[in-house]
Design a protein around this ligand. Structure first.
Ligand code: SF4
Length: 212
């Protein structure tokens, strides 16, 4: 037990600076970012941060040439962490994870800094402020990258069934939709009958008839 705890504590420690080889990729997104943020200044700043081995600016990081630049840099500089400073992770994090995995880096050793939605788009009227905010955003992402640990994805068997809790109108509709999609559904209701508040209404719009 003590051994497991020790190992878990070890895994949570950040890598010492001399073991870190972080690559930072700063995206222009055409003029979406570069029109407001001085991306070259952000790249230079990123290159000066502790643990950063290389910082590269791309016109469109998510496009094939941008992804190839990431992969080349991982190989060339033996990078063990990647930070992409571009848009929201909801858009392209999955793609960048696949990109780094393609050249053997664990996909969870990737961090993103959102310098588009959080910087260029919301601070468009003040280029200097947008650039300073982008630098800070990248600094935070690089600091966080130190704490990333490789993770393995496990595949587990699941039962093709759904549990819907609550037999009100929303629960009933959700159960029907799931059943229509071919899944077995278990609908749980704490009251003796389903229908919830709707079942207590005498007349409902637009037919002005009994609800059930
Ligand atoms: S990675 Fe995001 S910010 Fe960069 S070009 Fe693609 S969409 Fe634009």
């Amino acid at each position: 037990m003590a051994d497991i705890k020790e190992k878990m504590t070890e895994r949570r420690l950040p890598l010492p600076d001399n073991n870190l080889r972080i690559g930072v990729f700063v995206c222009d997104c055409g003029s979406n970012i570069a029109g407001t943020v001085d991306t070259e200044a952000v790249r230079e700043y990123a290159a000066s941060l502790p643990g950063v081995t290389t910082a590269i600016r791309n016109k469109y990081t998510c496009a094939d040439p941008g992804q190839q630049e990431i992969q080349q840099a991982i190989i060339e500089h033996n990078l063990n962490r990647v930070v992409v400073a571009s848009c929201s992770p909801t858009s392209y994090e999955v793609i960048f994870r696949k990109c780094v995995e393609g050249v053997g880096l664990n996909p969870y050793l990737l961090e993103m800094a959102n310098i588009r939605e959080h910087c260029s788009w919301v601070t468009a009227s003040d280029k200097k402020a947008a650039t300073e905010k982008a630098k800070k955003t990248v600094k935070v992402a690089v600091a966080r990258a130190r704490w990333l640990i490789p993770q393995d994805e496990e595949q587990i068997q699941v039962t093709d069934a759904a549990l819907v809790i609550g037999g009100g109108v929303a629960g009933i509709q959700a159960a029907l939709d799931l059943a229509d999609s071919g899944h077995q559904v278990y609908l749980v209701e704490r009251e003796p009958s389903i229908g919830g508040i709707m079942a207590q209404l005498d007349k409902v719009y637009p037919d002005i008839e009994c609800s059930i």
